[in-house]
Design a protein around this ligand. Structure first.
Ligand code: GLY
Length: 365
């Protein structure tokens, strides 16, 4: 553990250098993934969901250093995305605003900052489909994504802040629908659910970034592990804790010794043997779960496993510290292998959740 604390500090120092380089070389640019280790390239985005992760890392750097440089940058990059609080085209407003404006509000208590977070939560709730009872993904009315479990928390938050019971109903229904149709009996998850938009009937499981419709895409499961834990902290509904723990059990049982899963656990001889962003998300989610579970034995297991993941990710195989010219922090992440986007690269959310998890090791929250 002493070793991991010093490795975490070293990783933060390195992250500070990489982030400073990024924002000073490419001001006001929001990358998603690297190509050959470089952030600036012409590759497509698929969808605009990552714009909070840069500001979020800058807030984490400020928490780590207390250096006003990072605070100024974090506020600037947060302001740049304020207009997205009314964006009805994506299902990712939790990713955008929880990592930025919510961190800003936690620091200041300023009601004007809180109002931005609440408005983002209200906007996200407008994606709710009464027939089927889910928040629709960005791709179509008929589509529910597991990823939305990481975003629904901002609706619970807006509900708590405003006392609006309708927001609570929407967030609860979404979680229950996701739990019922996307989380399987063995704790694995499907990426997507397809519904009949006329009747609300659930039709089938599907995927965009996993191996097959019936397989287990690792990042999707990591989103579920973390997201159902967050849903439990908002609601105290034991069903959500049980789901998060089922996902955690699957992750731990199916992942190699070093704690880093392949892109999809079910793919035979996977070409992408390591998906570091899923590991970073899982580490942060498991550290949360260690505190949420009522069982001290499982709590210890989750914490120890999260530390094992972080021990791996802070080694030179993953941390780009010894990789000259690499502009990211964490290597071996994958965005979308089917589309050939960000395959075996650094990815913005991987960087963010990696730093978030290391921050928890160093006692930040
Ligand atoms: N679209 C979210 C993800 O790639 O995990």
């Amino acid at each position: 553990m002493t070793d991991l604390i010093s490795k975490s500090r070293q990783a933060f120092d390195f992250a500070g250098r990489q982030l400073r380089q990024l924002i000073e070389t490419h001001p006001d640019f929001f990358p998603i993934y690297t190509q050959g280790g470089k952030w600036r390239h012409g590759g497509e985005a698929w969808t605009n969901w990552c714009e909070g992760f840069l500001g979020g890392q800058l807030w984490l750097m400020y928490r780590h250093t207390a250096d006003p440089y990072w605070r100024t940058q974090a506020e600037h990059y947060s302001r740049l995305i304020e207009h997205r609080k009314t964006d009805r085209n994506v299902h990712d407003l939790g990713f955008l605003f929880w990592s930025t404006w919510r961190r800003w509000h936690a620091l200041t208590g300023d009601p004007a900052i809180n109002a931005v977070v609440i408005e983002a939560g209200r906007t996200l709730s407008l994606r709710f489909k009464e027939r089927g009872r889910y928040l629709r993904s960005f791709v179509a009315d008929e589509s529910l994504f597991i990823d939305i479990m990481m975003n629904v928390g901002i609706i619970f938050y807006a509900a708590q802040q405003t006392g609006d019971a309708e927001l609570t109903r929407i967030a609860m229904q979404h979680c229950l629908t996701t739990r019922r149709y996307l989380v399987r009996g063995d704790g694995s998850t499907a990426h997507e659910g397809i519904f009949d938009t006329d009747t609300g009937e659930f039709l089938r499981q599907s995927t965009h970034q996993g191996w097959r419709d019936d397989s287990s895409w690792a990042r999707g499961l990591a989103w579920a592990l973390y997201g159902f834990g967050a849903a439990y902290s908002f609601t105290q509904d034991a069903r959500f804790l049980q789901t998060a723990e089922a996902c955690a059990a699957f992750y731990i049982e199916r992942t190699p010794e070093n704690g880093v899963p392949p892109n999809d656990w079910d793919e035979p001889n996977p070409q992408l043997r390591q998906e570091s962003s899923a590991a970073a998300i899982a580490a942060s989610g498991l550290l949360n779960l260690a505190r949420l579970t009522g069982d001290p034995v499982r709590g210890r297991l989750y914490r120890d496993y999260a530390l094992r993941i972080l021990d791996t990710l802070t080694e030179p195989e993953f941390l780009a510290l010894d990789t000259p010219g690499w502009e990211g922090i964490l290597k071996h992440g994958t965005y979308h292998w089917r589309r050939g986007l960000g395959v075996d690269e650094s990815v913005m959310w991987g960087e963010y959740f990696f730093l978030e998890a290391l921050g928890k090791v160093l006692g930040y929250d």
